[in-house]
Ligand binder design. Structure first.
Ligand code: HEC
Ligand code: HEC
Length: 275
């Protein structure tokens, strides 16, 4: 199944260790296969079964209901590190749900009443915390930064701490805005992860001026655009000669350009961008 398509790739030691981390207990051959799948799209052993929207919601539930004892980073209760991936009483998701629902008798961990959406979110968020620590420890943020500023050419479209262009969103705080799984998806499938509102637009005004930028808001009569010079502008749609919303992301598919170790480095760097 490994040699299904394409030339055989020789993986270096670091890539192999990355693969083994993502696919514990599997042979290298199987890991190589899974990793090809990982790079191409849906990974076997990552946390992509958790929806980014659930993870984001779960983070807000966590901060409201759990952080008071467990701390924002999940390691404030002595002997418990919620990010570690080694929860004594909650290795499986259903055990985690039991612990939250029933509490732990005789300890400060009281039963917590959450509705289904909150519970789904909190499980997704806690599992994603583990995954973030995993990737952050297996990628190298410093190398990721070099890719970001160098070969990856991200600043040709993104702002970061006041540098770079504005074709894409500002990434200065992206590590606290999006879970790792969403960041990874953005790199592997930029078009599929475009946010409906945040799309590039091209328009021509009544006097023939061409404007390109990103759509921030649109209603029946008007559209608000952040133009390429970072001016916020509003247009009456009736006055426009042309108005085009671009459906295809201009962002390259980095799963094809970077090897798995480079992707891990880049992700470790993006996760670290907390503003
Ligand atoms: C009032 C303080 C408090 C709050 C609030 C709290 N916890 Fe806990 N939690 C604890 C303590 C103390 C322990 C350790 C119990 C022990 O001695 O084993 C614990 C243990 C746990 C464990 C077991 C860890 C393991 O290693 O098996 C999980 C999982 C957990 N908490 C999740 C949560 C989640 C999720 C929330 C929010 C929905 C939450 N807790 C809210 C105090 C709290
Ligand atoms: C040719 C322009 C271009 C380049 C180069 C580019 N991006 Fe993007 N990127 C975009 C645009 C535009 C978006 C907004 C949504 C869309 O159109 O995909 C975006 C979206 C993103 C997002 C999602 C942001 C969010 O709010 O969720 C991330 C993360 C991202 N890019 C990271 C990178 C990284 C890292 C690099 C370099 C390795 C890079 N981009 C290179 C144009 C680019």
């Amino acid at each position: 199944m490994v040699a299904a398509s394409g030339p055989v790739r020789i993986y270096n030691a670091r890539e192999v260790s990355v693969m083994q981390r993502f696919t514990p207990g599997r042979s290298i051959a199987a890991a190589a296969f899974c990793l090809t799948a990982w790079a191409a799209q849906a990974p076997a052993q990552d946390h992509s079964q958790y929806e980014p929207a659930d993870i984001e919601y779960g983070r807000s539930v966590y901060l409201e209901r759990c952080a008071v004892c467990h701390g924002e980073d999940g390691d404030s209760v002595a002997g418990v590190d919620l990010r570690s991936g080694r929860l004594r009483r909650a290795a499986l998701d259903r055990e985690l749900i039991q612990v939250i629902r029933n509490g732990i008798a005789g300890t400060g961990m009281l039963a917590i009443d959450l509705d289904t959406a909150e519970m789904t979110g909190i499980v997704a968020y806690l599992r994603n915390m583990t995954y973030e620590v995993d990737v952050a420890s297996l990628g190298d943020a410093a190398r990721g930064r070099a890719i970001f500023e160098g070969a990856g050419d991200c600043l040709s479209c993104h702002r970061l701490e006041g540098r770079g262009l504005r074709t894409g969103p500002d990434l200065t705080r992206i590590g606290s805005m999006r879970p790792l799984s969403a960041l990874r998806r953005s790199l592997l499938d930029p078009t599929g992860t475009m946010r409906p509102i945040d799309r590039p637009v091209e328009l021509v005004t009544a006097d023939g001026t061409r404007v390109t930028g990103r759509r921030l808001n649109e209603d029946t009569y008007t559209v608000q655009v952040l133009d390429d010079a970072a001016r916020l502008r509003s247009f009456d749609k009736a006055d426009l000669r042309e108005f085009r919303v671009i459906e295809q992301s201009p962002m390259p598919v980095y799963g094809e350009r970077l090897d798995p170790a480079e992707l891990a480095d880049l992700l470790a760097y993006l996760v670290s961008l907390k503003g």
